[in-house]
Design a protein around this ligand. Sequence first.
Ligand code: HEM
Length: 403
Amino acid sequence: MSVAAGHSQLPFARPNVLDLAPLYEVLRREAPVTPVTTPAGDPAWLVTRFEEVGDLLGDARLGRSHPEPERASRISTAAVSEGPSGNYATEQADHARMRRLLTPAFAARRMRTLTDHIQHLVDGYLDQLAVEHTSTPDGVVDLHAGLAFPLPVAVICRLLGVPASDDAYFSALSQRMADLAIGDDARRAREEFHAYMAGLAESKRGRPGEDVISDLVRAQSADPGYDYDEMIRHCVGLLFAGHETTVNRIGLGVLFLLTRPGPWDALTGDPDGRVNATVEEIMRLGAPGDLGLLRYAHTDVEIADVTIRRGDAVILSVNSANRDPSVYSDAETFRPDRPERTHLGFGRGAHFCIGASLARTELRVVFATLAGRLPGLRLAKELDEFEARTTLTGGVTELPVTW
Ligand code: HEM
């Protein structure tokens, strides 16, 4: 397909849940910053090469807010990624405060203390799946429903101080919010989520605990500049950011490993020794959503022979950047033993993922435990039979396996 033929329409059709559309390869080579039409029908720039995606992630001339929000390009109709967010005049200060407040709660040291809890949860889910395995006639169980989905929900609820009894309610809301296909319902879900979170925050005000929501409630009472609605948005954002992404990296990681015998055998041979590199390779290649990170230019920006005008929408394709052959040898191949150690799977720069340590801890425990306990694990269905989820962050909806 020729780029010169016109603006490409996002999302690009992909061959299966693990591979990207072949068009990305053409774009990286011929038009690394190219005009596209978003799923909402608006114009945007799509950036596909590692160098430019990395540079723009670190470029303070781009932001999430828009100088004239009502004129901004919309990306999708999903509630969580429809367009600009935040206040153009105060974005940087607001963001700095958010990082200052949230970063300590997710420090690597604190995450390490969560490892035992995560291990305990994973062991419990696998015990339960083992019972199901012996009691179903074909021995097939769903690793999505039995592990990939409930684990990140339980972990983030524990960290934030959401009562375990609300797990199911909250995960249903979160799924509705992430659904790209149902704009109105996704918006309603977001409102419901805010109301739920406001109620929870109020209950913590009276009886604060050792959890992130209590920390934020305390910070909000102490700082009149920290707006109440902003605090609620932070809580919702954390619950959401901390769960969808991790769910689908577990799912895609299982698919990569079970459709490529070499890396799986290597991992089962030495789970503790191999798990870190395996998780980083899952983070590099596990590309569930097909869009990218959204920014708006706050001033004109020249890059790769293109002028991005103030106010233009920019979609930074981390997925494509992470498969750039000028950075990775054999870039499309899942190879945990590769020499290149970096990727943009958690972003870069000012917005680098606050939950990266938590996500890494969860993924490491999951894959080391699966490889240690179930070395004979295999998929109960062919790769091309897996349907990608129609959510913002993608992934799979079921993961039938046996052993
Ligand atoms: C494997 C799982 C995860 C992946 C792939 C992931 C990916 C990312 C990426 C790419 C960004 C950058 C967004 C941007 O630049 O616009 C980001 C930001 C963020 N992530 Fe994660 N994330 C994961 C897990 C988590 C977890 C467990 C949490 C914790 C609750 C979390 C909280 C956040 C927050 C709060 C931000 C916003 C940071 C900011 O704007 O400064 N993430 N994540």
